[in-house]
Every structure is written in structure tokens, then in C-alpha cells.
Design a protein. Structure first.
Length: 445
């Protein structure tokens, strides 16, 4: 299979790594020195409206304070190589590697060519590299930074790329793989000297001598449903520990952080779940912003999204009362499933939804839900998700799809060179811009 060890957009500009840098012309200012510390945040499914509803409902707790502190703003287009609505695999490839591809493909072009991510190139530079996610580590977005596959669903195959990626710090939910493959991959990681930890306490105790590290936990609840903050590591915990362990690397670092569950809450059309996950994402950005304030001339923070999920439309400012005494659809589904009359309750709720559902998009989705229940009842989670969407509508949030939308997504940045992220452009330009500022490709290209 063909392989592009160096990105096509890199070919003309590898002068720094190849030792072929040109002497600037007399009338050209010298290129700025490569930035040492790079943070790259990806809010999965996070559109402009997701930020607005989180900001509106959380003013008292500064729910988007770190995101709002990033002064340079841009907009990225997200369609895949075919010009249609992207999935997370194609979008992940665009954001990691700078190439458009077909849906489902991980760091692979339509013709089968492998393309390398900026994380691999950063590692080749000598930087420390961290990949952090609230998804499984072999989920579509994180895997685009270290793996290659013609299908995002080949979870076992993708997981086997982890032991050979050589990255310094990998953190997220457990691998999405069978028990046998998970055990195989974990042993392969140990064989190449990775330290594996699975609890918040173990994470907190890690020192630099433990590198390289794989930190995972079994995901249980949305952030909005967590009653015990020490239950398991949070996205901010993983991000803070990555900074602590990697900051002393002489060549600097690239830390990639994905807030994956924003997408999950939005697929369910559940504003409570979605807002809770945007808050979690903001808390992780806060860790990076604190580091930036200590190293302002050497640090770049870039925040964007892979696509818009749910395409919510807002009537106006959203009242904080939206969150009052409410949990997520998953919380209510667990309670419904535990009921001794669960089947009867699901039938009753389904009848109520059929009578009360209002908007066309929701009617169509409900018809599909009812059709899926001809042989067996829909799951409790699907029923409670419809209830959440109905309640959201009472507060002026109208979800228009349960899938992805082709809408542009926000880009936010702070640090030297952050002004280059202003404007409107393709999402493939984001890793290209970052690479220039890292010194991977020359500023002229």
C-alpha cells in the first residue's frame, strides 16, 4: 500500500527538518522561531449554538470562560472530499493530516494512500506528543492522529496501531475492542515500556519516570450525571497531567485534546448532556490557558470542532432554568430500565410522545423510532432522549437533526501566530497553519 510519510502540503517546505532552510532575502523579515508548546483542542460536534447555549445557561459558573478568552476567531468548513456532510473519521483526517477524504476513512485517502498526522511529524521533530479524548482511544478522531484504516469500524485493527505510535501520553476511555484484543494491545503496550493506569488516583501519582503512559478508564456517565467528582479521571485531569509530564521536554510538546461526548449528547438531542460536556471541554482548555499565561511567547492554543451535530436552533437566550433539577437522558434511561414495569412504561411513554411531538424533524425521527419497535420495543435511552428534546424545546432549543450537519464550525486561538486562524477556510488548513507555527513547514508554504 502506498504511503505518504510526509504530507503532500509538506513536500515543498520541509526545510527545517531536512536542513535546507533558505537564507531570507534582504527585503524579507526572518521567519519567527517555531513555537515550543502547542495545544490543539477538538470539540466533537461542537457548533456555534452549542457554545451559546452553554454560555447562556452557565454565566454564574463561567461555563465557557476559557473558550471566550481566546481572542482570535475564525470559521472552518467541514464537508468531506465528496462535498457532502462529514463523519468524524473524515473530519478527523482533515484536522489531523490536512487532507479531505471519504467518510469512514482514518488517515487514508480515497485511493488508499496513507497520510501522516501533525502528531507524527511533531514526534519526528523531537517533541513530546499527547493524545487525550473522552472517547475510546481508538475512536475516529483520536485514531486519525496515529493510525491508518479504510474503516473507522475496524476497532481491533486500529487499536493495534497504539503500541507502535511512540507517542508519550495517551489518555481516554478504554479501547473499543473485544476482551482478547484489548488484552493483546495492553500487553503489547507494556512490552514497549508503556505505563498503564486506570484510576484517578494512579493518574495523580504519575511522575515523568513513568513515561510513556497510557491512562484509561471505563466510561460510565455524562458529566452532568456525575455525583462524585473523584469517580474517574476527567478531561481536565488528563490534560493537566499531560502538561505536568511533558512540559520539560527540550523540544516542547503537542497536546491534542478531544471533547468527544459533546457529539454524543447532541446525537441524543439532549441539551443537558451536551452543555455538561462543553463545560468539561472548557475546563480542559482552562488548564492550557493557565499554562499559556505562564509561557505566553512560546505557547499556541487552537480550538475547533470536527463538525456540527444536532444543528440546534435557538429562539433566543437560553434560561439557566434549563438545567434546574434535570439530568441527562442516560440517567433517566437507567432509572426506567430498573423499573419492574419497564416494558409497560416504555409503551406508555411511546404513546405519549406520539401524541405530543410537534416539529417535523422530530415527527420523522419518532416515526423511525416507532417503526424500529415493531418487533421489539425501542431502548429506554431512545425514549428518554425524545423526552429530553421535547423539554429542550420548551426552553427555546430546537434540534433539527439527530445526525451531523454541514454547517461551518468555530475556530478560536491565542498565542503567537493566532491571528492566522481568523477568517473562513477549509478545515484542512488548520493543521497546515499549526505546522507552520511549529516549524514543520516553512512560512512561505
Amino acid at each position: 500500500m502506498k504511503k505518504l510519510f510526509i504530507l503532500l502540503w509538506l513536500a515543498a517546505g520541509m526545510c527545517i527538518l531536512a536542513g535546507a532552510a533558505e537564507t531570507p532575502a534582504p527585503d524579507r523579515a526572518p521567519a519567527p522561531a517555531p513555537l515550543k508548546y502547542i495545544f490543539y483542542f477538538i470539540g466533537d460536534g461542537m457548533g456555534f449554538e452549542h457554545l451559546t447555549m452553554t454560555r447562556d445557561t452557565g454565566k454564574a459558573v463561567a461555563a465557557t470562560a476559557a473558550l471566550d478568552a481566546l481572542p482570535w476567531r475564525g470559521t472552518a468548513r467541514t464537508n468531506n472530499v465528496e462535498g457532502t456532510t462529514t463523519d468524524s473519521a473524515a473530519a478527523g483526517t482533515a484536522l489531523a493530516c490536512g487532507f479531505k477524504t471519504r467518510n469512514g476513512r482514518i488517515a487514508m485517502l480515497p485511493d488508499g494512500t496513507h497520510v501522516d498526522s501533525i502528531a507524527k511529524l511533531a514526534k519526528f521533530q523531537g517533541r513530546a506528543v499527547a493524545i487525550i479524548t473522552s472517547d475510546a482511544l481508538n475512536g475516529a478522531t483520536p485514531s486519525a492522529f496515529y493510525a491508518h484504516s479504510d474503516s473507522r469500524k475496524k476497532y481491533d485493527e486500529i487499536a493495534r496501531w497504539l503500541p507502535v505510535c511512540t507517542f508519550d501520553y495517551l489518555a481516554g476511555s478504554r479501547f473499543n475492542a473485544g476482551d482478547e484484543t484489548r488484552a493483546e494491545v495492553e500487553q503489547a503496550l507494556r512490552d514497549v515500556d508503556y505505563t498503564l493506569v486506570t484510576t484517578r488516583e494512579e493518574l495523580q501519582q504519575l511522575g515523568r519516570e513513568a513515561l510513556p503512559v497510557v491512562a484509561t478508564h471505563k466510561w460510565e456517565n455524562y458529566a452532568a450525571d456525575i455525583s462524585n467528582p473523584a469517580e474517574f479521571p476527567r478531561l481536565a485531569d488528563y490534560t493537566g497531567k499531560a502538561i505536568e509530564l511533558l512540559a520539560d521536554n527540550p523540544a516542547g510538546f503537542l497536546i491534542v485534546v478531544e471533547g468527544a461526548r459533546i457529539d454524543w449528547g447532541s446525537h441524543a438531542n439532549d441539551a443537558v448532556a451536551t452543555i455538561g460536556e462543553v463545560r468539561e471541554f472548557n475546563a480542559a482548555v482552562t488548564k492550557a490557558l493557565d499554562f499559556f499565561y505562564a509561557h505566553p511567547t512560546e505557547t499556541l492554543i487552537v480550538v475547533t470542532a470536527d463538525h456540527n451535530t444536532g444543528a440546534p436552533q435557538l429562539d433566543g437566550p437560553i434560561s439557566p432554568d434549563l438545567l434546574k433539577d434535570r439530568r441527562t437522558h442516560q440517567f433517566y434511561a437507567k432509572a426506567l430500565q430498573a423499573s419492574p414495569t419497564a416494558e409497560e412504561d416504555i409503551r406508555r411513554l411511546l404513546d405519549e410522545l406520539r401524541q405530543e411531538v410537534g416539529e417535523e424533524a422530530e415527527k420523522k425521527a419518532l416515526e423511525q423510532l416507532i417503526a424500529s419497535g415493531k418487533k421489539e420495543l425501542p431502548s429506554a435511552a431512545r425514549i428518554t432522549a425524545f423526552q429530553q428534546a421535547r423539554r429542550d424545546r420548551e426552553f427555546g432549543i430546537h434540534w433539527t437533526t439527530r445526525g451531523h450537519a454541514p454547517a461551518p464550525v468555530p475556530v478560536m486561538a491565542i498565542g503567537p501566530g493566532a491571528e492566522t486562524f481568523a477568517g473562513t477556510y477549509e478545515n484542512t488548513e488548520i493543521p497546515q497553519k499549526i505546522s507552520r507555527l511549529m516549524g514543520i513547514i516553512s512560512p512561505e508554504h
